[in-house]
Ligand binder design. Structure first.
Ligand code: MTE
Length: 344
């Protein structure tokens, strides 16, 4: 057992792990940014890598699995309630979103995930709904894409590693799916389980210290919140494999790891599920994990975030700026008492 190596959790670049005190004096901060000491771009993660190709000529935007529902995506109607917001100057470029990924099933190198997804057979796909629901079952994803009108929502995405992107996601409310499943009165939590195919995913195959498959859990009121979104597409087309094809969750007020990719099971229960990162490193990754600028990760500040692409740094907002939708679920707290990491 002594030889088992538990690697660190989500990683940030050394130069981004600036201690909280570095952000206290804004004028100093701006000066530092002007001098280029903080905002160095990562060419490997962004544009330069994005133009690369694999040996078989596949690029980062060539990883959309074929589906008979593809023609529905350009027709998705944008929900105008959701906007880019004040901090991001523009939508993230798709090439950035497709070449800067956290998807440990395909390795931990963000710029390399898109290269590794080729063996992943992401269509056809069944999504099972189980537990405390009146209509459990395994559903063909195509059936669900046709059953619910696809809508486009511009959501910001904030990773616990203190970077963010903003993009047009396509899908349908998680609430619509749960309403159709018919949740029972005893339901209190919703658990998500991701695919587990070592033969198709190099990260599952080689990183045996992780407890595959990836799993997550949220409260039922969080799952029924207006913002909770089942994502099947982005930028007017079905999801790229590296972004969680063919179906993932997005909860824009929480850190990105609460939004599991390539899910196969949604289970409604009366007790909280465990979560992949909380099980692995309980002192670093909480159950709620609402975006909270005042609660640092033990190894870095959450007060600001780097916008991937332009690579400028902006203040982080409580609940990632979605407080008007979600704050009332947490009794006045952003990080509920007892969640970790917590302010000392
Ligand atoms: N889902 C699975 N199955 N595996 C993962 O490693 N990473 C999470 C989340 N969902 C992850 C996952 C993290 S930390 C983030 S920030 C987002 O996916 C990244 O999504 P993106 O690569 O589409 O931006």
């Amino acid at each position: 057992m002594a030889n088992i190596h538990i690697p660190p959790g989500w990683r940030i670049r050394e130069r981004d792990a600036t201690p909280e005190s570095a952000y206290l004096n804004r004028r100093e901060f701006v000066k530092a940014a002007g001098a280029g000491t903080i905002l160095a771009a990562s060419a490997a993660a962004c544009g330069a890598e994005g133009r690369a190709q694999t040996q078989d000529g596949r690029g980062p935007l060539d990883n959309i699995p074929d589906t008979p529902t593809a023609s529905l995506y350009p027709e998705a109607v944008r929900d105008e309630r959701f906007t880019i917001g004040d901090r991001h100057a523009a939508m993230s470029e798709e090439e950035v979103v497709a070449t800067y990924n956290n998807f440990y099933e395909f390795g931990t190198d963000k710029g390399g995930v898109w290269r590794n997804v080729e063996p992943f057979e992401a269509r056809p796909w069944e999504l099972e709904i189980a537990g405390l629901v009146d209509n459990p079952g395994a559903f063909d994803l195509v059936e669900l894409e046709r059953a619910f009108p696809l809508e486009e929502r511009i959501y910001r995405h904030r990773c616990v590693e203190a970077w963010s992107i903003v993009l047009p996601w396509i899908g349908f409310p998680l609430r619509s799916l749960l309403d159709r499943a018919g949740i029972q009165n005893r339901a209190k939590f919703v658990n998500f389980i991701t695919f587990n195919r070592p033969e198709q995913a190099v990260g599952i195959r080689t990183q045996t210290w992780y407890r595959w498959p990836y799993y997550e859990s949220i409260r039922i009121d969080e799952a029924m919140n207006e913002l909770a979104f089942v994502v099947t597409g982005m930028y007017g087309h079905p999801l790229q494999k590296q972004n969680g094809a063919p179906v993932r969750i997005h909860l824009p007020w929480k850190y990105g790891y609460k939004s599991p990719k390539s899910i196969v099971l949604i289970e409604v229960t009366d007790r909280p599920g465990t979560t992949f990162w909380n099980d692995l490193q309980p002192a670093e990754y909480g159950f709620y994990s609402n975006v909270d600028p005042d609660v640092p990760h033990p190894r870095w500040s959450q007060a600001t975030e780097r916008i991937v692409g332009p690579d400028n740094r902006v203040p982080t907002l409580p609940f990632n700026g979605y407080g008007e939708w979600v704050a009332d679920m947490y009794d006045g707290h952003v990080t509920p008492p007892g969640d970790v990491p917590h302010a000392s």
